[in-house]
Design a binder for this molecule. Structure first.
Ligand SMILES: CSCC[C@H](N)C(=O)N[C@@H](C)C(=O)N[C@@H](C)C(=O)O
Length: 349
């Protein structure tokens, strides 16, 4: 069964006859086209059509096997209208803007527009061998960059210089940075997504580095917290608690486990250390064409792990005025359990 066949089956289950795909990662997954928000796919009847504009004519031909229409809205919508008369047409409710929905309503008066959620995303959760090869390569490049830059994380260095060195190393290796690299030192560590700043790292501080590479459109994601000198008893206690939570959660990763239960394992452990309230986010998420995608490892998640999923396990604790710790690994769910894809050394404080 091709991915398009699986998608058609999903449309049937969702009660729609056609799907207008506007999420860039979903467009890429279904068509191969990498032009981001400038590409859309209409799945209708037996086929699917890629819509993009003249800036991408050559690129679209090279990247996608789908039939292509080179046009810009509103021509795009007019072209599609003919095929959609009398159909229930799904749109991606978590991606289409209100203005774009207005445009679809105006140009497709004969269609019944139906909000859908996660139809393509559901097909992206389990990675194929080719997808996994990209993710492995992205993680390999991120690990190598971290190893090369680790000696520079010292008292006197600025956060943003560390981030720049990491990005440069990944770019030189042929990858892109998966997201803006987080380097959060000392009290900045209390911000889970602290932006690397001009702050100078001092002796006795913890430094959280959250980074990933992107290769062939696929991401990696990893966090290490490192000590510069002696961080003292309180930060050491926080670090050990997070490491214990992370290693315990990773050990529990296997097919059939509920994502919410994994989050609970880590959260209960941190609560036992008096740090439950300081764990300010979910345990993890899927990684692929998006840095954050399904499954969701949150307390309210109904997702269940399956072999072929690539997820992060990343407990963290954040104490305003003191600092923070996050430790994150990239983990493949295998038929028999799991494989940790990230290999960067974790400190034993
Ligand atoms: C701006 S992308 C940063 C990626 C980072 N490694 C990351 O995933 N951070 C987590 C704390 C996070 O944002 N988790 C999400 C899924 C959440 O808990 O809602």
């Amino acid at each position: 069964m091709t991915q398009l066949d699986s998608l058609r089956a999903a449309l049937g289950r969702a009660g729609v006859d056609a799907l207008w795909i506007s999420d860039p990662a979903n467009v890429r997954a279904v068509s191969g086209f990498t032009g981001g928000k400038d590409g859309k796919v209409l799945v209708a009847g037996d086929g699917a059509t890629l819509y993009t504009d003249a800036r991408y004519t050559v690129q679209a031909q090279e990247e996608s096997a789908l039939p292509q229409v080179i046009a810009r809205p509103p021509e795009t919508y007019r072209h599609a209208a003919g095929a959609l008369q009398g159909l229930r047409v799904g749109f991606e409710a978590d991606r289409l803007t209100v203005a774009e929905l207005d445009d679809l309503r105006e140009h497709w008066p004969g269609a019944d527009l139906v909000p859908t959620r996660g139809l393509v995303q559901a097909l992206r959760r389990r990675k194929s061998g080719a997808e996994l090869a990209h993710i492995r390569e992205a993680q390999r490049i991120a690990d190598a960059a971290f190893a090369g830059v680790r000696p520079s994380i010292q008292a006197g260095a600025r956060e943003l210089d560390i981030a720049l060195e990491l990005e440069l190393a990944m770019r030189r290796a042929g990858a892109q940075s998966a997201f803006e690299i987080i380097v959060a030192s000392g009290p900045n560590g209390a911000r889970p997504h602290g932006v690397a700043s001009t702050r100078v790292i001092r002796d006795g501080e913890l430094v959280t580095v959250d980074m990933g590479a992107r290769v062939g459109g696929y991401h990696s994601d990893m966090t290490r917290t490192v000590a510069v000198g002696d961080p003292g008893a309180e930060l050491r206690r926080m670090y050990r608690a997070v490491l214990e939570a992370e290693e315990t959660a990773i050990a529990a990763v296997r097919p059939g486990v509920r994502a919410a239960d994994l989050d609970r394992v880590a959260r209960d452990l941190l609560t036992g250390h008096g740090l439950g309230e300081a764990f300010a986010h979910s345990l993890g998420h899927g990684v692929g064409l998006d840095v954050h995608e399904g499954p969701s490892l949150r307390d309210v998640s109904e997702d269940v792990l399956e072999a072929g999923m690539v997820i992060t396990i990343e407990p963290g604790v954040y104490v305003p005025g003191v600092g923070g710790v996050r430790i994150e690994d990239l983990v493949l769910v295998t038929e028999t359990g799991h494989e940790v894809l990230s290999t960067s050394v974790k400190e034993r404080l």
